[in-house]
Design a protein around this ligand. Sequence first.
Ligand code: FES
Length: 149
Amino acid sequence: MTEEDVTRKRVREILTEFKDHQGALLIALLHIQYELGYTPEFAVEDASAILGFSQPEVWGVLSFYSDFKIGKQGDHFIDICVDGPCHIGGAPGVRRALEEAALDESNKFEVRAISCPGICAKAPVVAVNMRYHGDMTPDKALELAAKLD
Ligand code: FES
């Protein structure tokens, strides 16, 4: 069984788990996103088949919400909040340091800009593979990035 087979099996399990829930499509897609750190493209076909929505409806949800990242791009994801409090708290410097490190470590991790996850008291905030870390500085962010396999 390939890695993609294992991932697809898990995606189908999650979709089936939420099949009879109200708001199943959004909830199931969010669970997939948070568990994998991205949403595989085949989730569109599987969500359509299992939850009974058309593929354009599934794409509509995925493209409407900025939390969804379609397809796996790096081995790891470091998301940085770029909204007001984080921006003022130093997010641009953290982002610049991470983006420079990402270039040196090609494909080890991908840096993505996100909107406020609601923990502004800890600004600036980054999430490493969906785990949030607050009071971030460029040095602390680089330490987190260096720990990635
Ligand atoms: S603005 Fe960054 S966590 Fe709220």
